[in-house]
Design a protein around this ligand. Structure first.
Ligand SMILES: NC(=O)c1ccc[n+]([C@@H]2O[C@H](COP(=O)([O-])OP(=O)(O)OC[C@H]3O[C@@H](n4cnc5c(N)ncnc54)[C@H](OP(=O)(O)O)[C@@H]3O)[C@@H](O)[C@H]2O)c1
Length: 331
């Protein structure tokens, strides 16, 4: 089969189209013919992991060490990137009951990656479900990672209907899904924060107001929120404290030890607090997302599609920071 292989860490030009062995499903696995795969934050980080300065890894240092073991210290162990896909079931293992050949599906392979390829195998109880009926493969491929992460994280905080939520990083994979879920499912009043190019798409997802972080400092406009979600964790509790309402929550989605300590310090007392949480999505979360998106006819925003063989170009495009929605590789 054809796949984008990378055998060394580096810039986009380490990604090459090559022939490699087609996987065959074990008893509990589903073999999928991939039609579309999205280019995520994790793909960009994993591609250049060895050269990534510790300061640019915006999660706990312990996770960086664990990820270096999982992905390989000097060379990548997992040579095929991509974990958020849509495609068609080609074949199933002898024990598989939920899926059958010919079904259109979408899913997320997590740190196993392997989706920049014509075929991939995933356990039937993995993060896999029928493709939303109203979406194209390209649209469906952009959903599973961001939407399941956003759902898991929003469930960690008890948002009430009508509460005010600020999402910093609202045009990215997790942020754009968080805008849709917070406004259409939890009934919150959402303000999104993103760069100039993402403003229109964030508005279209359900944000009542969108702030361009390159032009306006939202901490200076006097608005206050019940929940501030900071996707890249670039801000801090002290910076946002005055923008939180009484008992308001600051949730950095990317966090290091200092923010964990702030969580401990603010956990008692019943005042404003910090919540750091890890999302651990499961199959039922993707099923929820599919039903929710189908019922409301919600669609993700696709910025650009590239052919699989243009993976290096797609990575350069994403890294240049100009995307206004998801970037997808098609097969
Ligand atoms: N806690 C967990 O369990 C968990 C799970 C998965 C991922 N993560 C973390 O989530 C992060 C990736 O999220 P993602 O995939 O949604 O990323 P993404 O798709 O790259 O989106 C990043 C967002 O941040 C915005 N942004 C960039 N610079 C900014 C700035 N200076 N101020 C405000 N916003 C800014 C971008 O807006 P523009 O493009 O408009 O500039 C975009 O909306 C990673 O740090 C990862 O470690 C955490």
């Amino acid at each position: 089969m054809k796949a984008i292989i990378y055998s060394e860490y580096g810039g986009p030009d380490v990604l090459h189209l090559q022939e490699t062995e087609k996987p065959s499903p074990k008893g509990n696995e589903v073999l999928i013919r991939v039609h579309a795969v999205s280019v995520n934050y994790g793909d960009i980080i994993a591609r250049n992991f060895k050269n990534l300065p510790a300061s640019e890894f915006n999660m706990l240092s312990l996770f960086r060490i664990m990820a270096r073991f999982a992905f390989g210290f000097s060379k990548p162990k997992k040579q095929i990137l991509g974990n958020t896909f849509a495609g068609e079931v080609e074949m199933v293992g002898s024990d598989v009951k939920q899926f059958k050949p010919g079904e259109q599906v979408f899913g997320y392979t997590g740190e196993n990656m392997g989706a920049y390829a014509e075929y991939l195998c995933i356990p039937e109880d993995g993060i896999l479900d029928a493709k939303p009926s109203h979406m194209t493969y390209e649209e469906a491929a952009s959903v599973p990672y961001g939407a399941t992460m956003a759902l898991c994280l929003l469930r960690k905080v008890d948002i009430q209907k009508g509460q005010s939520v600020l999402i910093i990083g609202a045009s990215g994979a997790i942020g754009s899904a968080a805008v849709q879920l917070a406004s259409h499912y939890f009934g919150a009043v959402v303000t999104g924060v993103c760069g100039t190019q993402g403003m229109e798409s964030v508005k279209s997802l359900g944000a009542g107001k969108v702030i361009d972080y390159t032009k306006e400092d939202f901490t200076a406009n006097g608005e206050t929120y019940d929940l501030i979600i900071d996707i890249l964790g670039k801000g801090s509790f002290s910076k946002y404290r005055a923008s939180l309402r009484q008992k308001g929550i600051y949730m950095p989605v990317s966090f290091k030890t200092s923010k964990l300590l702030q969580m401990l310090r603010t956990s008692a007392g019943g005042g404003k607090r910090v919540i750091c949480a890890l999302a651990t999505p499961k199959q039922e979360d993707l099923v929820f997302i599919r039903e929710f998106f189908e019922e409301r006819k919600i669609k993700p925003v696709i910025d650009r599609c590239f052919r699989l063989e243009e993976a290096a170009e797609a990575h350069s495009y994403v890294e240049a920071g100009n995307k206004k929605g998801s970037v997808v590789l098609t097969l």
